[in-house]
Design a protein around this ligand. Structure first.
Ligand SMILES: [Zn+2]
Length: 382
């Protein structure tokens, strides 16, 4: 009997988006609400691909304080920090520079500098330097590809650099050959669309219909080439609609402390992560953080519960998290807020991920790291 297990990842297709839709209900009748890993896709994907938490695989956000080993030190010497922001902030300029840096250092992972100011970037290192999807990509932690190789299961894992249509086609071609027994199909366009039009945009229904048509096409090929098929479609998180924009940078900078001498901060879209270089700055910045509306500083219990209690404070000594819907702008991720954003508290209804399966799942899908256990369970039944 020819068996195959196919896991299709749709970035940001949260539980709130699928729960009231008939999306593939006949093929995927078993539907589960799954807890999000605190963070962004850059936290969730390594979590899904390893079954480990951020404190183990070390991925939480892109930038972390590491002035000694920063690959961006060259920017200091290139004088990019003094470029007028009208040029330095252009997406195309940053994208081209990102490509140049990635090539120079041989980065194979997803690398984008976003809106990180050039006069600050040299304080930071970047976590996603390697391709997380290939063998050794999360080394020393074992990832999905390592596990498949170890178990000697012929597999197909998408190339995340390609547009999703090409990824679907590439899998269909491999299914036609009938040589694989496991597939991980990666699609990410839904995330970008949700950022632009929110979960309530009419474009979401059109996009869901598009996925439905292609998944049916894929399923037909699976049926033509295999006797036993397990198909699951799943996501890493949902999308929360923008309520209000909060400027967190100005009140911190108004205090007059020197960046890199008194403190260091990364402004993500939904959180600020800070490191303090002296106690005076720490005390007064903490006081200022208490006054930032619609936010709170994560306490030890939360850091532990979210599995982001890094012993070396790799991602910040202090993390300020915005309330769901309240985005930080300008941030180091973008100068303007987006209509939709993720990365808020996992407990909020819009944060939950979803897994839709052709058969009943017999493990407890508490959080997205459980997908990995489900995938290995399937591997063992092939
Ligand atoms: Zn996103």
């Amino acid at each position: 009997m020819k068996k195959i297990a196919v896991f299709m990842f749709i970035d940001a297709m949260g539980w709130e988006i699928v729960k009231n839709r008939d999306f593939l209900k006949d093929l995927l009748p078993h539907r589960y609400r799954v807890g999000m890993q605190f963070g962004y896709s850059c936290t969730a994907i390594p979590t899904i691909l390893s079954g480990e938490k951020p404190t183990v695989h070390k991925h939480l956000s892109f930038y972390y304080y590491a002035p000694d080993k920063s690959p961006f030190k060259m920017f200091k010497y290139m004088g990019l920090g003094i470029l007028p922001s009208s040029i330095a902030d252009r997406w195309r300029v940053r994208h081209t520079l990102s490509k140049f840096v990635a090539k120079y250092y041989g980065f194979t992972g997803y690398f984008e500098m976003y809106a990180m100011p050039f006069n600050r970037i040299s304080y930071f290192d970047y976590i996603e330097k390697t391709d997380l999807f290939v063998p050794g990509g999360l080394s020393p932690v074992k990832n999905l590809a390592d596990t498949l190789e170890e178990k000697r299961i012929p597999y197909h894992i998408s190339n995340w650099r390609l547009p999703e249509f090409q990824n679907i086609e590439a899998l269909i071609q491999d299914v036609k050959k009938g040589e694989i027994n496991f597939a991980f199909l990666y699609t990410a366009a839904m995330d970008g669309l949700l950022h632009r039009v929110t979960k309530d945009g009419p474009e979401i229904t059109t996009k869901m219909n598009w996925y439905e048509d292609h998944i049916r096409r894929l399923f037909k090929e699976l049926e033509a080439n295999y006797d036993d098929i397990h198909l699951a479609v799943f996501s890493d998180h949902g999308m929360t609609t923008l309520t209000e924009v909060v400027d967190v940078k100005t009140p911190i900078e108004k205090l007059g402390y020197k960046f890199g001498k008194d403190y260091v901060a990364v402004y993500d879209s939904t959180m600020v992560r800070l490191w303090f270089l002296n106690d005076t700055a720490k005390k007064s910045i903490h006081e200022a953080l208490l006054k930032v509306p619609y936010s709170h500083v994560l306490n030890d219990e939360e850091l532990k519960r979210y599995n982001i209690n890094f012993p070396d404070n790799m991602y910040g000594e202090t993390i300020l998290l915005m309330d769901p819907g309240f985005q930080i702008a300008p941030s180091d991720m973008g100068l303007k807020a987006l209509p939709g954003m993720h990365g808020f508290a996992p407990e909020h209804e819009d944060s939950f991920a979803a897994l839709l399966s052709s058969e009943e799942v017999n493990i407890d899908l508490k959080c997205v790291d459980d997908y990995f256990r489900l995938m290995t369970q399937k591997m063992d039944s092939l």
